[in-house]
Ligand binder design. Structure first.
Ligand code: PEP
Ligand code: MN
Length: 364
């Protein structure tokens, strides 16, 4: 029996989540179909239609698989799928290659450097140090998004040229933040990967301006953004021409002030293992204290992060911004050595209702 069906909307707390529906042919064995769905990593809830029709509602937190896989299961009559709000993001594949680095490849991608580019000497010293420790991207802010107008705001354009020169001298690539539309051309000329800061994730005019450069983007999650909003900000960037998006979890606001932010490792696992997206973690801004950067970095990689972005400083006590969370160069070396031994392995999802999915893991 073939039957057309609209996607169902499942009420789930305050949210409405759209689920995919799989309808069965008359006489099909529902247990076997449900087992096949589970084997593919899908969370399926049985639907008993009033007219005797049988189907399954596939929950949105299931593994993402091609529709043809579902249509190919014996006994399946039709599959009704909702239109995603972020189709370009959904179509992204792993690994993502950016300036010679593979996000989602064999090894985690390391990005490190000071919060702010403070002088040509400072950034050159840091870059020289990092070149020997397997780091791919030199980070450093020229334009600093600060909560207080009295805090150091960055050296602006001169800092961009110090950053580029230091990176080129030591064979590194550059990731740095564009804070305003006005700064985009200069940042795009300097950066191999343009950072969108947490405070700007919702700034659609800035997202557009950055995307129009065609550069890849490191998209930090807004500190109060839902995962869906984060993904849609990624969609914004891809829609307007960014050549790729690396998602960066850097901690969200919580009720608890004991740490600077709350690192949402659940979102990291979700992006990596369910959405199959390149997601990295910033353990520095997540906690705001250097003594907890290494344990958090390990946890991030275990959860599925494909890279880390870490703040370091030659004299953390003298840093012009974010000193309390900056690692010393030696402490960073210890972390980098540990990370090099960490192979993230293949993405995997094991829903409660199934064995480990038996089919090869797809890149959508
Ligand atoms: C930064 O990377 O220095 C920064 C300001 O980050 P965030 O946008 O995560 O606060
Ligand atoms: Mn910082």
């Amino acid at each position: 029996m073939r039957r057309a069906a609209a996607p169902s909307a499942v009420a789930c707390g305050r949210y409405r989540i759209v689920a995919m529906i799989v309808w069965l042919e008359t006489g099909a064995d529902p247990q076997r179909v449900q087992q096949e769905l589970a084997d593919l990593g899908l969370w399926a809830i049985r639907l008993d239609g009033a007219d005797g029709a049988l189907g399954f509602s596939v929950q949105p937190w299931s593994r993402k698989v091609p529709l043809e896989w579902l249509e190919g299961i014996e006994g399946v009559a039709s599959v009704a799928a909702p239109t995603s709000t972020h189709r370009l993001v959904d179509a992204s594949t792993l690994p993502l290659e950016v300036a010679g680095a593979e996000f989602g490849g064999e090894l985690p991608v390391l990005m490190a450097g000071p919060c702010s580019v403070e002088s040509a000497e400072q950034i050159d010293r840091v870059a020289g140090h990092l070149a020997a420790s397997g780091v791919h991207f030199l980070r450093g802010g020229a334009f600093k998004p600060r909560t207080s107008p009295y805090a150091f705001q960055g050296h602006g354009e001169p800092a961009l040229s110090w950053l580029r020169k230091a990176a080129d001298t030591h064979g590194l690539k550059v990731v740095t933040e564009a804070m305003s539309e006005a700064s985009v051309p200069a940042v795009a000329e300097t950066a191999d990967l343009i950072q969108v800061g947490s405070r700007n994730m919702h700034n659609s005019a800035l997202l557009q301006a950055i995307a129009h450069t065609g550069k890849p983007v490191l998209l930090k999650r807004g500190m109060a953004a839902t995962v869906e909003e984060w993904l849609q900000a990624g969609e914004y960037l891809l829609f307007h021409g960014a050549s790729g998006v690396v998602f960066c979890e850097r901690g969200i606001r919580s009720f608890d002030a004991s740490t600077r932010n709350l690192l949402d490792l659940g979102a990291v696992a979700l992006l990596r293992h369910v959405h199959r997206l390149p997601v990295v973690v910033d353990p520095s801004h997540a906690l705001g204290r250097r003594d907890l950067v290494a344990p958090l970095a390990r946890a991030a990689l275990a959860a599925g992060a494909v890279g880390l972005i870490v703040e370091i400083h030659p004299s953390p006590g003298q840093a012009l911004s974010d000193g309390p969370q900056a690692l010393s160069l030696d402490d960073f070396d210890r972390l980098a050595a540990e990370v090099k031994a960490f192979a993230p392995g293949m993405p995997r999802v094991t829903p409660a209702a199934s064995e480990t999915p038996r089919r090869a893991s797809p890149h959508r």
